[in-house]
Design a protein around this ligand. Structure first.
Ligand code: FAD
Length: 207
């Protein structure tokens, strides 16, 4: 993960909601324009600054940009985007992989103190841990390939879920859809679950 600050005059005074993102307009290896979305981890509206945490997971255009961008470079983006609206609940359960750590951290930081949150985050190993303002269960996959639902499914079966909990699932698209069924089987209402695919196993981009 590399933290990158983007400064933009048009973002001065713009209030960003938790887990909103920007869509960067990048180029792939062939020079074709591609879009990649990154969560706004922190915003400083007074300075027009956005902090993005970019996962350096491979050689896709997003990861390459994150690894190579230098101070003073320019990047085009659209946003802020994202429709998540935080609603009051007796408890919040946030589940995802490394790509969702910025969103999970932003949501947990925004929740009222009297609404407890539990984060369950699948990571490669302990080095991937980042600060999240909530009780966090880190699930280290080690030699297991990323993008599956098995480890998070097992973790979800082992937790207490207070009645009326809200769930947030963010990560590999098919894994998150599978986890929605798991959460529903644990009694979380369909409409109380926010699901967002962040990447697609074996395919570039999200769609
Ligand atoms: C709303 C939203 C917010 C997001 N916020 C963030 C964020 O804050 N930080 C962040 O790092 N990402 C975030 N993502 C995910 C990021 O946009 C995707 O991971 C993106 O596809 C990365 O692009 P890439 O060009 O590096 O790889 P791609 O060209 O998309 O993929 C190349 C290859 O890498 C694989 N791959 C992609 N992502 C992963 C991964 N996480 N682990 C393992 N393999 C992978 C693909 O399956 C493909 O085979 C967000 C996505 C969305 C939709």
């Amino acid at each position: 993960m590399r933290r990158i600050t983007v400064r933009c005059d048009a973002m001065r005074g713009v209030q960003v909601r938790p887990a909103q993102d920007v869509e960067l307009l990048l180029r792939d290896d062939t020079g074709r324009r591609v879009k990649r979305r990154y969560t706004i981890r922190h915003a400083r509206p007074e300075a027009g600054e956005l902090e993005l945490d970019v996962l350096l997971h491979g050689a896709g255009p997003g990861a390459k940009w994150g690894a190579s961008v230098q101070r003073g470079d320019t990047v085009e983006f659209q946003g802020p985007r994202g429709k998540l609206e935080l609603r009051s609940a007796p408890a919040h359960l946030l589940v995802g992989d490394e790509s969702a750590i910025p969103a999970i951290a932003a949501i947990c930081a925004a929740l009222p103190e009297n609404e407890p949150a539990l984060a369950i985050v699948e990571i490669q190993d302990a080095d991937d841990r980042m600060a999240i303002a909530a009780e966090t269960h880190w699930i280290e996959r080690g030699a297991t390939a990323p993008g599956g639902a098995q480890l998070l499914t097992a973790a979800l079966h082992g937790i207490d879920l207070p009645a009326g909990s809200h769930g947030y699932l963010m990560g590999e698209t098919r894994a998150m859809v599978a986890l929605r069924t798991v959460l529903e089987s644990r009694g979380v209402e369909h409409d109380a679950i926010f699901v967002k695919g962040y990447w697609n196993l074996g395919r570039p981009g999200r769609a």
